[in-house]
Unconditional design. Sequence first.
Length: 231
Amino acid sequence: MEQEKQEQIKETGSIEVTNSKQHHTIKIFTIIGEIEGHEMANSNTKSTKYDHLLPQLAEVEENTDIQGVLFLLNTLGGDVEAGLAIAEMIASLSKPTVSLVLGGSHSIGGPLAVATDYSFIVPSGTMVVHPVRSNGMFIGVEQSYLNMLKTQDRITRFISSHSRISQERVEELMLNPTELVKDVGTMLEGEDAVVEGIIDEVGGIRDALNKLHQMIEKTLVLKKNGDDISF
């Protein structure tokens, strides 16, 4: 059984915990390195493959044994479409979800961090908010620029609708010219991300797991009473 768990972590970056202190069954996912989209990342680059993660999330939704999900994030960002697809999938899960930003959750990692029902960031964790960039060939015409703005709007709208920060403030942070060398944007450390309203709370793995177990207990009580579930 232990060898199977080690293989699961190695192959999928996830693990199912069945013998937790509170006797809940939870699923833990890691979102690390580069968010890989339709093109494969460099072989030397750690990556999170959205085509691997999406079916696992669908399985979590259907698996009646799994009661909650924890996401551990340390990513520099990556493919926007893939990142948003994962974020939307996380946000649509009916089971309690908690995220914990470890190291960083930059760029498209922002929507991933806020997609859960509740979010944590460690004190030394960082989030970088910056405008959408384009890789490869970019046709310098007005239509291309407008398309970039629409994509950026999708990101800022998602972040604001799943956190306590306004869309206007996200855009201000994105276009800040004073913090990043040779670039625009903002780097937020742990407490700053909470003050801005992007992340709910500064904390570590113990806090994240305790919160998830509390949410699971609340869900069980609400289901027993036939009440609506919301966090």
